[in-house]
Design a protein around this ligand. Structure first.
Ligand code: ZN
Length: 285
């Protein structure tokens, strides 16, 4: 008959590999914390922002890991409007030794969404105010072949060969990019902040949150500041609206930990920014 002692010995032998693993290492602790944070963020966002016409993707801004999401078909390419502008700017830079011109936006006269225009703009302010006139000027001679290296470096869906000019800056619907790829491209962008051109773009995103099209994000956040890019694009919902608003917001601005991408049905990007700010505030609480 097998004695209790024998059984205990067997159990001890079986347990040894588990016990000898010792205390969980730092990586395991971080992973566990991340997953707890992701679960509670997802719960809070789904509970407090239940509107089916609000879509979101929440990513770890350091690793690009998807933490929480509610976005039907997030991998299907759709028009994302001005969210493409930073990448159009980098594609232009590749062709022009990263020298960016200044430009005078005269509003409707030069094809901007703001009828009265933005006056003299450089790359950073064109990003901050999402100036279409500046980006029409910047992308005038840009071809799909010029944009391919930047698009592939940042993992964006590639534009087809008939795409040209302002379409690279999200004017029109020809360059379609999947929302998840776009969110991850902004994580990559952050990782490239040592590049002077990227620094100008991120400075523009910081201005956007302070006084540009993304100002509603900082307003909702109150104590924190963000890096923001907004966009407005043709609606792809089954019950169509004139347009959908898009926002990419990174917080905190100094060293972003989180990236939130939001789509709000039937409003411009500058209005969707308020929803994004409220969501981030809810997560940070
Ligand atoms: Zn303008």
């Amino acid at each position: 008959m097998v004695s209790v002692k024998h059984i205990l010995v067997v159990i001890l032998i079986l347990l040894t590999p588990i016990v000898s693993r010792g205390r969980p290492d730092a990586e395991q602790v971080t992973a566990a914390r991340t997953s707890l944070f992701a679960q509670s963020a997802a719960q809070a966002l789904n509970r407090d922002f239940p509107d089916a016409y609000v879509s979101f993707l929440l990513l770890d801004a350091h690793t690009g890991q998807l933490l929480a999401s509610r976005w039907e078909h997030a991998t299907v390419p759709i028009p994302l409007g001005s969210l493409a502008k930073p990448f159009a700017a980098l594609a232009y830079g590749e062709q022009h030794e990263f020298h960016y011109p200044s430009h005078t936006c005269r509003g409707s006269e030069t094809g901007c969404w703001r009828p009265g225009g933005h006056g003299d703009v450089d790359l950073a302010s064109a990003i901050a105010f999402s100036c279409n006139s500046y980006f029409r000027f910047l992308t005038l001679d840009l071809t799909a072949a010029d944009v391919l290296p930047t698009a592939s470096q940042f993992g964006l869906d590639l534009p087809d060969s008939s795409t040209q000019g302002g379409e690279f800056a999200g004017l029109g619907t020809r360059w379609r990019i999947s929302p998840l790829r776009m969110a991850q491209a902004y994580v990559e962008l952050l990782g490239e902040r040592h590049r002077p051109a990227v620094r100008q773009i991120l400075a523009g995103m910081e201005q956007s949150a302070l006084r540009g099209t993304g100002a509603e994000v900082d307003r909702a956040l109150q104590s924190e500041t963000a890096l923001v890019k907004t966009g407005t694009a043709a609606c792809t919902h089954s019950r169509p609206a004139p347009g959908d608003g898009f926002v990419v917001a990174l917080v905190p601005a100094q060293d972003p930990r989180l990236l939130l991408m939001v789509r709000v049905h039937g409003v411009p990007g500058s209005v969707a920014a308020r929803t994004a700010g409220q969501m981030l505030r809810r997560i940070e609480e």
